[in-house]
Design a protein around this ligand. Sequence first.
Ligand code: G1P
Length: 296
Amino acid sequence: MTKRRIRKAVFPVAGLGTRFLPATKAMPKEMLTVVDKPLIQYAVEEALEAGIEQIIFVTGRGKGALEDHFDISYELEDTMRARGKSLAAIDGIRQKPGSPVYVRQQEPLGLGHAVWCAREIVGDEPFAVLLPDELMVGTPGFIAQMVEAYNDVGGNIVGALEVADSETDKYGIISPGKSDGRLTEVTALIEKPKPGTAPSNLMIPGRYILQPEVMRILERQEKGAGGEIQLTDAMAQLIGVQPFHGFTFDGQRYDCGDKAGYIQANLALAWQREDIGPSVRAFAERLLQGRREGAV
Ligand code: G1P
């Protein structure tokens, strides 16, 4: 199979974010910040680092802040310039003309349906999918590592990460075949199997490189787990037809769709920062000290 370059990335961002209410009542969950940057920007930067040229947002009502974030902030920039302030913090967020592209998913019918909404923009070429709830920290980033693996084996590649056996019903789960380094053959995929019934504890952490044929399968609009059109089910139908691998990321995953994971991401990233790290670490030390002394 010829390996065509991955130029496009789809970001499903139409989700309602009910798990983060009330924070996400009037604000897209993808705009939640980790330290000082919204989740969506981490994901977009991860894609750009991997050589992605076109960013495609599958968005919905009430998500206007995402569009504004990647646009010029005319008054802000003008005023900052007039006051001689540095624009370094926002330089580079704006994309080149023609990107991002926005399509709307009118109804929340599932992740597979969201990806399918981007079919006309993706066209007949392989593409990446990134779920911005999952914050991935690595050098290089997750999608860059996956693109490198794709350049070897082609076909379809999904992220693969071990979770506790008790958590398989939260994720798409891989049935693994032979492994070679970071790549594992995928022999089956199941969306959210109950603990005890899962073929493994290897889950898909929201990073995908897919061939365009998956769109033809999604077109059938077949419903799976939870009554939703599942990307996992459509991908499963490509196994045996096209190469299909899981890829183990060399880096750290933070599940920012979960409150505890989100706080951990903030703490971990703040901890490493040169500017605020020392004061965060000192505060954490005081907290621990208080706990040792029974004050917390
Ligand atoms: C989605 C996918 C699932 C994947 C997960 C990663 O589930 O359907 O296969 O493992 O994202 O976060 P959701 O979190 O939308 O229920």
